[in-house]
Design a protein around this ligand. Structure first.
Ligand code: NAP
Length: 264
């Protein structure tokens, strides 16, 4: 029987996940389809129950439901427990299991990420939580967390490990880090950066998890001052590939996805 998968969010029209998974279904001849579902505020539990009833084989969860969905699932994988959020759900015989592939998806795209690397994370929202949890699991010893709302940086640092610092402090010390990961939503809609870092150098790497626009103001400054840069596209494809593997047992070709979908 044909299987079907979904992504739940609000808004959802912008999601690239349907095109990404449909492309892989076609490449690997998996008889399945993938649909975006707009979930209005207050409708999440009913939607999850309906998906179960209708035999949905699995689904992704995006903004703003990654944390809210947790109580509506039957079990959580350790990746979701560590991140405190779910972006992928697998339906095993009517039993919904939540996973988090966001952080691992990002880390898979960073070459040379050894335990001794010093990593600064900007932001303390849902995405930052998954990334900090994945950095901890990867054995990274030095993690700085800077956020506009200091309390949230402190909470994340206490929950996952790491040291909370203010943006002001981060602007002073950021060049002592090897990798800086920008996880806030600043830069999506306007050419703005949450911080004003001066003094990037070529041994540093700047990562922005935003992929549209492809180069945010944060990345542009880092590139112009000689740092290596990476945008959020490889995280998007990386988390999707891990979800696809959980659903089908196939780890898909990520370059194929980049070439067929994102080059157009
Ligand atoms: P979230 O939970 O709402 O967190 C938002 C973060 O942005 C918080 O740290 C918030 O700081 C900060 N922020 C918002 N407006 C700000 C401003 N004007 N100045 C300074 N900081 C500001 O969102 P999220 O789920 O973490 O997502 C964050 C971004 O990551 C979004 O752009 C999303 O599209 C992107 N993302 C990309 C991928 C991918 O696959 N590439 C995956 C997940 C998310 P406060 O705590 O101070 O409010």
């Amino acid at each position: 029987m044909k299987k079907w998968y979904a992504v739940l969010g609000n808004p959802i029209h912008h999601s690239i996940s349907p095109r990404m998974h449909e492309a892989w279904f076609e490449k690997y001849k998996v008889d399945a389809s993938y649909v975006p579902i707009l979930v209005r505020a207050g409708d999440l539990q009913r939607t999850v129950d309906s998906l179960k009833l209708l035999g949905c084989s699995g689904f992704n969860v995006t903004v703003p439901y990654k944390e809210e969905i947790v109580p509506f699932l039957d079990d959580l994988d350790s990746s979701a427990i560590e991140a405190g959020a779910v972006n992928t759900v697998v339906n095993r015989d009517g039993y919904l299991i939540g996973y988090n592939t966001d952080g691992k998806g990002l880390l898979a795209g960073i070459s040379g990420l050894t335990e001794d690397k010093r990593v600064l994370v900007l932001g303390a929202g849902g995405a930052a939580k998954g990334i900090v949890a994945a950095l901890k699991s990867r054995g990274i010893q030095t993690i700085g967390i800077a956020n506009r709302t200091m309390d949230k940086a402190l909470q994340l640092a206490e929950w996952a490990g790491g040291e909370a610092i203010s943006y002001k402090e981060a602007e002073r010390v950021f060049s002592t880090f090897d990798i800086v990961i920008q996880t806030t939503s600043v830069g999506m809609d306007e050419a703005m950066s949450p911080v004003n870092f001066e003094g990037w150098h070529p041994s540093m790497m700047a990562i922005d998890i935003i992929y549209s626009p492809p180069e945010t103001a944060f990345l542009k400054k880092a590139r112009e001052q000689g740092a290596t840069t990476m945008n959020g596209l490889s995280m998007l494809i990386g988390q999707g590939a891990l979800a696809f593997e959980l659903w089908t047992g196939i780890f898909p070709d990520q370059d194929y996805c980049k070439e067929t979908i994102f080059s157009s």
